[in-house]
Design a protein around this ligand. Structure first.
Ligand SMILES: [Ca+2]
Length: 455
């Protein structure tokens, strides 16, 4: 009977719009919050100003109210909330079967970097994204992560999102993007990367182009003209650092230049396209940047490789990235030093990550002139492209086994017909990502979307 009464009190309090704390005593509020904890196992955020549940916001708890999990703790939580943002969060922790209360702060959803910095200052494990209803981990180690992105920009749109995620990770100081190798032969594809570098605020990141790679790869979505988009006044829509007369280094040359300048075993390569530039790097000899051969340089400087590619599950479809340039790929597999870890994100893992054109345009509605949005508005219909490439970037930055599981260690060999064959061995250098369980793809897609809405 008492419980029913409490619920009634809570519902009464919450059902009156604008029923502010002036008219609800802190004692009643504590009662209401306690009832909510008993009846809302999914958790809640309550704005004490309006007595309503916010529909948006990155919610971060204050460290000061950490470990408030019983009814006695509520007055202190409410007091702290009144002195700060008047926001109280509640969440159930299945690990210890307790419901925790926090005084919280809300950041705009496009301010992830600021919210993340605050969460880390406050020793929080995660922050809550209200509109997407997901929690994002904030207790990561701040590593000195140095990444080279090797992409086939210009064929599929997932490369755009992989690069976008790297800029966002840099906003959060989670990595340094040393350079972008465009493993495609048309300079327009490098110009597109130049546009993205500028758009996302990193105009000086070096870009290189492959000039002896795959001659005529299949293009799923042609967007190489994005770099030359013009407004109705015929003005260039997007800024570039490298003008039409400017030049790009060869892919393998930029690899050599960047690797030579880095500490030993410090560079992560995210390979989300062909491996032609990597093969040419491994075949290269000493030059003005390093007296080492390509193999020696990679062995000394590279820490690990995260590659989108490979087929290890039940699918009979051969991988695209390796088969499109099989001779280069065979060379890459042959020459890659065996002590360098390589993690594959097979196509089937990314297959459920469908980010629709309509959703992309909506998520980027905060600006008119956006290079990725422009592609979806003017160059392509929805071709049901999946977000395969961001997985390799996410794994590279977030760490192994965080965004679901990797296989045991083993060795991967590539056959001349493009099959990737995995042989388990605890001493092997290779692992591959397993397809996620139910709900996983929904989470990952929302995570990518969260990055899209940042600005
Ligand atoms: Ca790609």
């Amino acid at each position: 009977m008492k419980r029913i009464l409490l619920i009634a009190v809570t519902l009464l309090i919450l059902s009156v719009p604008g029923f502010g704390q002036q008219t609800v005593s802190d004692k009643d509020l504590a009662t209401a919050l306690w009832v909510m904890s008993q009846t809302m196992p999914e958790g809640f955020t309550l704005d004490l100003n309006t007595m309503s549940y916010p529909k948006e916001g990155l919610i971060v708890a204050y460290e000061a109210t950490q470990n408030s999990f019983d009814r006695k703790s509520l007055p202190a939580v409410i007091k702290h909330a009144h002195a700060h943002e008047n926001l109280v969060g509640g969440w159930y922790n299945a690990d210890d079967d307790r419901f925790y209360f926090d005084s919280s702060r809300s950041f705009p959803e496009d301010s992830l970097a600021a919210a993340m910095a605050f969460a880390r200052e406050n020793a929080q494990l995660s922050l809550h994204v209200t509109s997407l209803n997901i929690n994002v981990r904030s207790d990561y180690e701040q590593e000195d992560l140095r990444i080279i992105l090797d992409c086939d920009m210009g064929s599929s749109t997932d490369d755009l999102f992989a690069l976008m995620m790297l800029y966002r990770y840099m906003d959060m100081k989670r990595c340094t993007l040393l350079g972008v190798v465009v493993d495609r032969m048309n300079r327009a594809n490098a110009d597109a990367v130049d546009v993205l570098n500028n758009y996302y605020g990193y105009p000086d990141i070096p870009i290189a182009l492959e000039r002896a790679g795959v001659a005529d790869p299949h293009v799923y979505i042609p967007y190489h003209n994005m770099a030359y988009a013009r407004s109705t006044d015929a003005e260039p829509l997007f800024k570039r650092s490298i003008g039409d007369d400017g030049d790009y280094m060869d892919g393998y040359k930029l690899y050599r230049k960047l690797l030579a300048a880095q500490p030993d075993k410090s560079v992560t390569i995210a390979s989300i396209g062909f491996v032609t530039s990597l093969a040419r790097l491994l075949e290269s000899g000493p030059d003005e940047y390093s007296p080492l051969s390509g193999v020696e340089l990679v062995q000394r400087k590279v820490k690990n490789i995260y590659a989108m590619g490979g087929v290890f599950g039940d699918s009979f479809e051969h991988d695209y990235n390796f088969t499109a340039a099989i001779d280069f790929s065979l060379k890459f597999f042959e020459l890659l030093p065996k002590d360098i870890d390589i993690v594959f994100s097979p196509g089937e893992v990314g297959d459920p990550l469908y980010y629709s054109a309509a959703q992309i345009i909506e998520d980027m509605d905060w600006t008119d002139a956006h290079p990725i949005k422009w592609i979806y508005q003017f160059l392509t219909e929805d071709k049901f492209q999946k977000m395969w490439d961001p997985l390799a970037v996410i794994n590279a930055v977030e760490g192994d086994d965080i965004f679901y599981k990797l296989s045991p260690r083993g060795w991967v060999t590539l056959t001349p017909t493009g099959e990737t064959i995995f042989r388990e061995d605890p001493n092997g250098n290779a692992r591959y990502q397993y397809p996620g369980p139910e709900g996983w793809s929904d989470y990952v897609l929302k995570y990518i979307r969260l990055m899209s809405i940042q600005h």
